[in-house]
Design a protein around this ligand. Structure first.
Ligand code: T1G
Length: 706
């Protein structure tokens, strides 16, 4: 492996380059290389100063997140640790200048803060994203940044996790200079100037001795107190720890403050939330590792057709326009088309009103939107997405019409949320050009797209689906062709488990509260009321013929639909929504219906704890996920996690249902499944994959390659 840290001597300056693609992460070899380079330069009498820079696109973007995974099992970090590297840089007897470009993040920015001067490329950004991983900056950042810029700036950066531009960093004192010309030349010149000053008896002040940020202790403490009041969270400790560390920078001597930070970092590193958040970070990037993408390249897509201007079609059109594509929206008649285009205009205006889109950008997007009622206008389209009524015959009719007009090589995508992709592909002359692109509503907001691959789907069509999703800034997950694909299938299992609880003694509000305490933003019955009960009712009716008559079936949802209680849109569902209110109150009629159903089935209601609700919900999701893995519908467990995070509000800090199962322990999940099986043995039957993982001493994480 080429040296990840290389030193070139330029007259009297050592230019130390970190070269560890793709983001110069500070893995063990880089850390050791930096220590060696500083030692060598300091010992070399010909060297008067040192410049640190990253090769490729960026200064180090942080510690190596992959390396942390080994600590989940408690293994010690390989030395030298990053704090030691930073302390060594700061203690160097010769000036060290950090030259920043790209994204100097986390440990990378901490290395820069330990240097004696920071000069940045104008386009560089810097920050502390550790909090997004459930961590505190653990290499001196919580002690050095406040000394330069004060508590407010440091806490804004560390609690938001968002990077700032070089100009902002300069204004706060976190960096010292922006290179107006060549970054390296500027850094070299600065290094020599500092060496001259040192030779004249004015050595640089180590960052840890700087006081610009701590000169007003009262204001500093007030900022700490104000922040502390807002960040308490029993599940995610990093924000509170960050506040404590920044406070320590004011109150404790340097060495003690560093030790305080190190202890806080250790607490965070082993916390379930950091394990979950770091899993999510890597899983988000792993989803793109799909066999078809290794075998083919995406087709060019410039012009896209969207069939249907309803809620989904308008959302998809808006997302496409936002990605710079030209869109032709097709509707059955001019009235429907006008309504569809109007929906896009409303989405655009909302974005402008919220400052997410300038009027000029809105106008430019609008100029790339055309509409029609005759599919012949799609003759030039590279890809067409149908988002018409969720009925096979309707969609098949659209596909047959498209097949007549689209050019060879054009892709036919369906936005269906559960219909059979292979059956749809069989209706056209080009089944290999058919794919599922299952967007989630609202499609201009939700990041998840399930890319559903049919038996005939060509590799480059799959690659095109992934490329399009990436261009839309979305997370694409590969799904096999099965009813409900990945997300809706798991959602169905989750709701079956909670419906059983409704009959057994829980109320919708209790179940929703329990799942909100698990970390979902809203509970399952609140979600159903928002989406509309009729959607899952249609699915149940569609599957009725194939349902096991001996299996337990809960009629509550069907009875509610028959009574017209289909959720917010009807003013009542599991909750009552007075005068179109967004949040409802419990629907007494539903409680009465549930009680009547218990009587009819001879069920004696029992008290059900929030903990049991949460365990049953998770076990149902995990078991269905294991079934999907076994059937090859999902490529890996972490793909299932990403579907549930980005499509269904599963709490990110838990990493997803499969990660949560690993954190709970698969033996516990099996125990739960077995204890729940009493009432519905078929439903709770443990997946063979789950049992096999337990038997072989593995977990779901062991199936997430790479
Ligand atoms: N460690 C390991 N791999 C990383 C990485 C990291 N820090 N950052 C990115 N990668 C990989 C990523 O998995 C992907 O790999 C490839 O690089 C491109 O990433 C002690 C404790 C820098 C803005 O949190 O925000 O320092 O999939 O697709 O869109 O205080 O990556 O190709 O195999 O995201 O151009 C703090 C995380 C760490 C920064 C680039 N740093 N990275 O975005 O590319 S903790 C972070 C990012 C820490 C210290 C603490 C982004 C990016 P693969 P990508 P991108």
């Amino acid at each position: 492996m080429a040296d990840v840290v290389e030193t070139v001597t330029l007259d009297d300056v050592a230019l130390v380059t970190i070269d560890n693609p793709p983001v110069n992460a500070l893995g063990q070899a880089v850390r050791q290389g930096l220590i060696d380079a500083i030692d060598a330069a300091e010992a070399n009498p010909a060297i008067r100063a040192i410049v640190l820079i990253g090769a490729g696109g960026t200064f180090p973007a942080g510690a190596d997140i992959r390396e942390f995974a080994q600590f989940d099992s408690g293994a010690p970090a390989p030395e030298p640790w990053l704090p030691q590297v930073c302390n060594r840089i700061e203690a160097c007897g010769k000036p060290v200048v950090a030259a920043l470009h790209g994204t100097a993040l986390g440990g990378g920015f901490e290395v820069a803060l330990a240097a004696h001067w920071r000069v940045a490329h104008p386009a560089a950004r810097m920050g502390f994203p550790e909090v997004n991983l459930g961590l505190v900056p653990g290499a001196g950042g919580t002690q050095r940044a406040p000394r330069l810029a004060g508590a407010k700036v440091a806490l804004d950066l560390m609690l938001s996790g968002k990077p700032i531009r070089a100009t902002e960093a300069l204004a706060t004192g976190l960096i010292d200079e922006i290179a107006e010309h060549d970054l390296i030349d500027t850094a070299l010149a600065r290094a020599r100037t500092m060496a001259d000053a040192a030779a004249a008896g004015h050595p640089p002040v180590p960052t840890s001795n700087r006081t610009e940020g701590t000169r007003d202790p009262a204001a500093y403490e007030a900022e700490v107190r104000a922040r502390r009041a807002k960040v308490a969270n029993p599940n995610i400790i990093a924000p509170s720890k960050i506040v404590d560390c920044v406070e320590a920078a004011l109150l404790l001597p340097t060495e003690t403050g560093r030790a305080f930070e190190n202890a806080a970092f250790g607490d965070c590193l082993t916390s379930p939330a950091s394990i979950g958040l770091r899993h999510a970070f890597l899983a988000e990037r792993r989803v793109a590792k799909v066999p078809e993408l290794a075998r083919a390249t995406a087709r060019e897509v410039a012009q896209v057709g969207v069939i249907g201007g309803g809620l989904m079609g308008a959302g998809i059109a808006s997302a496409l326009l936002g990605a710079g594509l030209s869109v032709v929206m097709i509707e059955r008649d001019h009235d429907a088309l006008a309504k569809g285009l109007e929906r896009v205009a409303v989405i655009h205006q909302r974005a402008v009103d919220k400052g997410r889109l300038t009027e000029a950008a809105r106008d430019a997007e609008w100029d790339r939107l055309n509409g029609g009622t005759d599919m012949s206008v799609l003759a030039g389209a590279d890809l067409v997405i149908e988002a018409v009524f969720e009925d096979f015959d309707v969609k098949a009719g659209v596909f047959r019409a498209l097949d007549q007009v689209l050019k060879p090589g054009a892709i036919l995508a369906t936005n269906t949320s559960y219909l059979d992709i292979d059956a749809l592909a069989a209706t056209v002359s080009r089944p290999s050009d058919v794919i599922g692109l299952h967007f989630f509503s609202p499609a201009n907001v939700m990041k998840l797209v399930e890319v559903v691959v049919g038996k005939a789907t060509a590799d480059d069509v799959v690659a095109t689906g992934f490329a399009l999703a990436k261009r839309l800034g979305k997370i694409a997950v590969r799904a096999g062709n099965i009813d409900g694909f990945i997300g809706n299938r798991i959602l169905s299992a989750y709701r079956t488990a909670t419906d059983f609880l409704l009959e057994d003694g829980a109320t919708p509000a209790q179940i929703d509260a329990a799942m909100r305490s698990f970390g979902f933003p809203v509970g399952p019955y609140q979600v159903i009321d928002m989406a509309g009960l009729e959607i899952s009712w249609a699915r149940r009716k569609r599957l009725a013929a194939t349902r096991d008559p001996g299996a337990r079936y809960v009629d509550i949802g069907d009875l509610m639909c028959e009574a017209g209680w289909i959720g917010q849109k009807s003013g009542r569902g599991y909750y009552v929504y007075e005068n179109g209110a967004r949040s409802g109150v419990e629907n007494p009629d539903v409680l009465a219906l549930i009680a009547a159903e218990r009587d009819r089935k001879g069920i004696i209601a029992r008290d059900i704890s929030a903990n049991e609700i949460r365990r049953r919900a998770l076990a149902a999701m995990v078991n269905e996920g294991a079934h999907l893995l076994q059937a090859g519908i999902a490529l890996r467990p972490s793909d299932i996690d990403m579907v549930m995070l980005f499509g269904y509000g599963f709490p990110r800090w838990r990493g997803g249902p499969m990660k949560a199962a690993d954190q709970a322990g698969l033996v516990q999940i099996r125990k739960d499944l077995q204890s729940f099986a009493e009432g519905e043995p078929e439903f709770w039957e443990p997946s063979p994959l789950l049992l096999d993982l337990i038997k072989t001493g593995r977990n779901f994480g062991s199936l997430n390659e790479g």
